[in-house]
Structures are given as C-alpha cells and as structure tokens.
Write a protein that binds this ligand. Structure first.
Ligand code: COA
Length: 542
C-alpha cells in the first residue's frame, strides 16, 4: 500500500499559528478534565467528608481493580459540564473500559462526592451508554456502587421513560442472560433504585462499615412503619452477607474487596485482549511515518480555512499507508483503505462540503467495506451537503439519502471522530450519534449544530423577520436578533456543550486518536471471535 506524501510545511507562519492555537485548546481540555476529578461547586467539602470516612476516591478505586500499569479508557469525562449549576462534575459517575487479568471490562462507578453519587438525567444516560458498549462488545460489567439512587428533585427526567433508571435494570438483566458477568462491589449507601444494581448482579461484595443496601433508608422506614433503626442494622454488609444473602462476600477494606473481585474475574473465563488467535485480518502494527504532534499545526485555527483530511489520515494510520478509492472523483470526500494498530479500516473523511459525486463515492465505498467486512472510520469535517439550484438539479437530496441509508444499514463496526465541523445532514451521512457508531469521539476544535453560527444568523433572522412587520423593524432590532441567534448557535455548537450532554463518548487530544482507535479495534476484533453464551435468564440471586 502506498505511503501518503505529506505536503505540510512545518516551517510556515500558518502552521505555527495553528499549533499555538491548538496547544491552547489542549491546555483547556486538560484543565477541564481536572474539574471532573476534584472541581465543582461545594465539592471540596464532599471530598473531605468522603476521605474522612476512610473511603477511596472513585478513580483510585478503578486503579485498584485494573491490572497494574495498564491504562483506563475513561468515557465522557466532561459529562455534566456547564449543567446543574456547576455542581455535577462527570455527572457523578465514572464509566470506561479497563483490563482485569488482561480481559477488558466495562466499569460503571458512582462518584459519591457528587450529590451523594445520585443519578441525574445525564448520569443515567452515561450508565446506560456504558451498558450498551458492554452489549455491543460482549464485555462483562463491574459496578462500583456508591449511590443514593435517582436524583429525586429531577425524578421525572430519570424514572419513567425508556432508557431511564428502569432501562438500566433491564439492560443489566439482559447482559447477565447474554453470559456477560455482572459484578458489584458495594461501597456506600445503596438506597431504593440504587439497591437493584447489586441485587441484579451475578456476584456481590460488600465492604464492612461503608457498604449498605436497603430498599428504603432509615427515614423512609420511620415514616412508613414507625421503626427507628440504625443504617447498619437495616442493610449493613454483615447483615446482607451473613443473614439475608443479598451479598456473597464480606470485605473489611476496599483493598480486600478489589482483591476478591479480581479473584472472581479469574473464574469467568473471558478471553484476554492480547489473544489474537482467530482475529480475521490483523498484522503487526507499524507507526505512522509522520509525527502526530503535527496534527496541531494542520488543523486550522480559523474554522473558515479548510485543512486537508489526507494529512490527518497520514498521522493516524499504520505506516501512513493509504489506498485511496476514486482519488480523482468526488474529491470533497476522501475514501480509502488503511490499517490502524494492525486492523484494516475503511476511512471516509471530509474535505469540506459534500457534493452529489462525493456522496455517491462514499456510498460506493461503504458498500465495498460491507462486502469485505472492513470496519469503517468516519472523520467528520463538513458544513453539510451542498445546497443551491445546481445541486438540487443534480439530485443532491437523493444522492445524500443514498449515503445516509448506506451508513444506517452498514453492519460492519463504525467509528466516528469529529475532527472539525459537523453540520446539518453531514453529521448524519458521516455517521453521527444517531447512526450508532460503536464509539464517537470529538476533538476540542470541533463544532456540531444544524448549521454554523454565521449561517444561522442569516437564516434564522430572515425567518423571524418574515413573521415581523419588516418595515416597522429598526436596524437595531435586526442587529439584536442577529446577535441573539449567533450567541445561541455559538454556545450550542461548542464541543463542551456537546460532550456535557453525551452527544459523544468524550473529547480527546488529537494525538490520542490513533491509540484510542487501536484499543477499540482490538476489543471489537476480540468480541467478533468470542461466541456469545446465553442461558436465557442470566444469574438470579438465590
Ligand atoms: N436525590 C437527591 N440528592 C441526593 C440523593 C438523592 N437520591 N442522595 C443524596 N443526595 C444529596 C444529598 O442531598 C446531599 O446533598 P448536599 O451535599 O447538597 O447536602 C449529598 O447528596 C450527599 O448526601 P448525604 O446524605 O449528605 O451523604 P451521605 O454519604 O451521608 O449519604 C446516601 C449518602 C446516598 C446514603 C444518602 O444521601 C441517602 O440515603 N440518600 C437518599 C437515597 C434515596 O432515598 N434514594 C431514593 C432513590 S429512588
């Protein structure tokens, strides 16, 4: 496969300006990620209380479970950003993928230093999303439970609907029935809904002194029955492990519990991630020929100035080798085959607006990948499909629809990275969230909306003016309307606004893209060769 010949001038003023701007974006990303760890209004007091009780911080808990020296892929770290009055860092829940004895597990771990680990609407979305990842990749789930259950003031956004709290129980039961281990360690008060996470698990460990499970806590019991009862008497670790049987193992400390959990994982006979036997199409990986740090200088600081997707591909794929499909036709979309960490992928990347030809080329290429069972990687940077009379005459609507239909119906694993703009139906045709890519990540320069703020100013103002009496509208009023629309679109297309709401699986430093995709492709390849076991009803606690 031929190697991409880069044309980037690393000595140019534009490269230096882009690079400086991007380093600023990465610094902001790191700063905001720290907010998820120990930031947020009133959090310092909660952290102090948590530590004073001898409890371990949520990310340290995960580190104590996973294989020493291995990384943890945390998802949607900045969920909750800018919502709930800055009081819900990470939406109070940490999710991600980590290795135990070499086998990947999905982790769902409550952060009790955020609203007592109770679940806000975004936390539920994050919990359910993690379970969806487990299902698609046939992974076991480890629940580190320290949660006050549903966040009661917002119960109508959490409780009754599909994929609300009940949906997470439904999924947990179904995952167990698929033969995927559901394992819980109880590390805090699990009340009402919170009690069902351990109760629905295959095996449960409770930590003495901090772990409690009850359907109704002491205040509810007092109100309902007039009984006054201490928390440990009602649902402590000893009670549930020695008497009720809701828990299977008692641990004196968190460290002991994680040791026991690792022992349980040894009995589940899952495959190691590095067991490549049976992988369909894998070769030894080769690093790209160009330094990934150059991505900072390639991505335009000014989003009105386009950048070449091929230069990005050259820094993501093995050996920078890329076999371009129809390179001289429909050039606003780049399609071609490459490898990432040894796995073959079909890459579809935007070079701006999607024209009819580009849409047809992408559709044809998706068909090839489907035919050859090659996973698809979409790199989004588009203002959408081409508008205008010429385009309509050329049938852009039907050609765009073919691409959208091909993406929707492709059954190969799909991965999406927003490397720039993600506007209009371009988001859909390029496998946005609604098209169920296995994972969707975004770079911190990305933007996502129906249209850019600049376009929206014209379109929305014109629409609204048509409803007003134009001759009675002053230039100042028009200007104010324009500013209002611009502000709305700028705020809502910001990548932090998107990631806060889980429109993606996280914002990533462009330099992490390749290794992240490599890890995800490993997990996917491993899942493809593992037969799914099903005993129909999963494991019920008896
Ligand atoms: N909904 C809303 N807020 C909740 C909550 C819930 N389910 N559970 C806890 N919180 C909040 C508390 O109000 C408190 O907020 P504050 O810091 O602003 O005062 C914070 O989370 C910490 O709770 P606190 O009770 O001080 O912590 P704790 O560690 O002593 O106890 C719990 C933790 C989870 C055992 C306890 O808060 C509890 O029992 N919560 C209610 C659980 C419940 O009835 N859930 C029903 C779910 S269906």
């Amino acid at each position: 496969m031929r190697q991409i010949a880069s044309r980037v001038d690393t000595g140019s003023a534009q490269y230096a300006a882009n690079r400086d701007a991007y380093l600023g974006l990465v610094a902001t990303l790191r700063e905001r990620q720290q907010w998820a760890i120990d930031g947020g209004d009133g959090r310092a007091r909660s952290i102090e209380r948590h530590l004073a009780r001898g409890k371990v911080m949520v990310r340290d808990r995960i580190d104590m479970v996973i294989d020493e020296g291995t990384p943890f892929l945390e998802l949607s770290t900045l969920s909750g950003w800018g919502q709930y009055g800055n009081s819900a860092p990470g939406a109070g829940i940490v999710t991600g993928i980590g290795l135990v004895h070499g086998t990947p597990y999905v982790f769902i771990a409550n952060d009790a230093t955020v609203k007592g680990g109770s679940l806000l609407p975004v936390s539920i979305k994050k919990h359910v999303r993690a379970q969806q990842i487990a299902e698609e990749h046939r992974l076991g789930v480890i629940y580190l439970v320290d949660s006050g259950g549903a966040f009661l003031p917002l119960q109508d956004d959490i409780f009754p609907d599909k994929d609300h709290f009940g949906g997470s129980f439904y999924r947990q039961a179904r995952l167990s029935a698929m033969g995927l281990p559901q394992l819980s360690v109880v590390l805090g008060g699990c009340t009402a809904g919170g009690a069902y996470v351990p109760a629905l698990s295959d095996e449960v460990i409770m930590v003495e002194g901090i772990g409690r499970i009850f359907l109704g806590g002491p205040p509810i019991v007092k109100a309902a029955l007039g009984e006054i009862v201490e928390p440990d008497e009602l649902g402590g670790a000893e009670l549930h492990t020695l008497i009720s049987g809701v828990s299977d193992y008692l641990a004196d400390t968190e460290a002991e519990a994680y040791g026991r959990l690792r022992e349980i994982c040894e009995t589940t006979a899952q495959r190691r991630i590095d067991d490549r036997q049976g992988w369909l199409d894998w070769v030894e990986p080769e690093p790209p020929a160009y330094d990934d740090e150059e991505l900072y200088g390639i991505v335009s600081a000014d989003d009105r100035i386009p950048f070449d997707a091929t230069e990005v591909i050259a820094r993501l794929v093995d050996g920078s080798r890329f076999s371009a499909f129809k390179p001289e036709w429909g050039t606003s979309i780049v399609c071609g085959f490459a490898r990432i960490w040894g796995h073959r992928v079909g890459v579809i990347a935007n070079n701006g607006i999607i024209f009819s030809e580009s849409a047809l080329k992408a559709t044809h290429f998706i068909e090839l990948c489907e035919q050859r069972r090659v996973p698809l990687l979409f790199l989004q940077n588009t203002s959408g499909y081409m508008v205008g009379r010429d385009s309509e005459i050329a049938g852009i609507a039907k050609h765009g629809a073919k691409m959208v239909a091909a993406v929707a119906n492709a059954t190969v694993p799909k991965y999406t990275v927003l490397i720039g703009g993600s506007y209009g139906a371009g988001n859909y045709g390029m496998c946005g969230r609604g098209f169920n890519p296995r994972f969707l990540f975004a770079w911190p320069n990305s933007r996502i909306a129906t249209m850019s703020a600049a376009t929206a100013q014209t379109v929305l103002v014109d629409i609204r003016l048509a409803g007003l009496k134009a001759d009675e509208t002053t230039p100042d009023q028009v200007e104010a309307l324009r500013a209002e629309v611009a502000e709305q679109y700028e705020t809502q297309s910001d990548p932090y606004y998107a990631t806060s709401r889980l429109w993606d699986d996280g914002l990533i430093d462009p330099r992490d893209t390749r290794k992240l995709l490599g890890f995800l492709l490993d997990i996917c390849a491993e899942a493809e060769v593992r037969p799914l076991k099903s005993n129909t009803f999963g494991v019920a606690r008896l």
